[in-house]
Design a protein. Sequence first.
Length: 267
Amino acid sequence: MVVSDTGNNRVQIFDREGKWTRSFGSRGSAPGLFAFPHGLALDFLDHIAVCDTNNNRLQIFDSEGRFIRSIGPLIPFSHSSSSSSLTASGGDGDDRDQEGEGEENGRDQEGEGEENGRDQEGEGEENDRDQDREEGHELQFPFSVAFDMSSHRLAVCNTKRNCIDVFEFDGRHVRSFGRKLKRKGSSMGEEGSSKGEEESLKDPFGVAIDCDGNFIVCDSSHHSLRLFDPHGFLLSSFPFMSHPSRSGSPSSVAIESDGNAVVCDST
């Protein structure tokens, strides 16, 4: 078991019987240190991704707690991420440099097919990206993180910006969604609000990814759970009730092996 010990600014690890085995981290802003860490997630290689919430970044460690890289606060938009936005331990930057030319050639060869793929993902996503570029997109109070076990991508609740950011494991930004809730195939005049829904997420505190790559998001201040497809288009919304006559505030969510969602209510 891996636990965010928020008040002590560290991560603690326990065995299956609950016996403490080790911990890492302390208060600070240097790589490997924390300022009130909250959500964390593990991948199939036991990498540990931690929301370093008050430092406005995501940090990734190996299974022994050794620092690998951090993502944020500034989020790069191109797949050729700037070194100022990604901090990595020894050798990782060199690896990216060596991949450089080959990666560029790969993108050139993908060419038209990749462009068509982006077009199919929808105009709404590009509009959100353009808006974020103009405003300067950053991680602000990241609260929860989830791994997609099939693609090895990470989804982060960018809570103060009211959106979900998706990254490759190496830190490259893939997409951002949630600031404008759009259904697939909708026109610019058919955003969520025209269907009686809020125009954006508000205080997303929890995120999980199911076996199909869909995102389940705790839209806490709207007292709802939102289901998005792998490209960030809204599929459905569910009012979250802590009592038959009272709205709840979903704060975290996890997917069980049978596909059921387990949700924490912070009401």
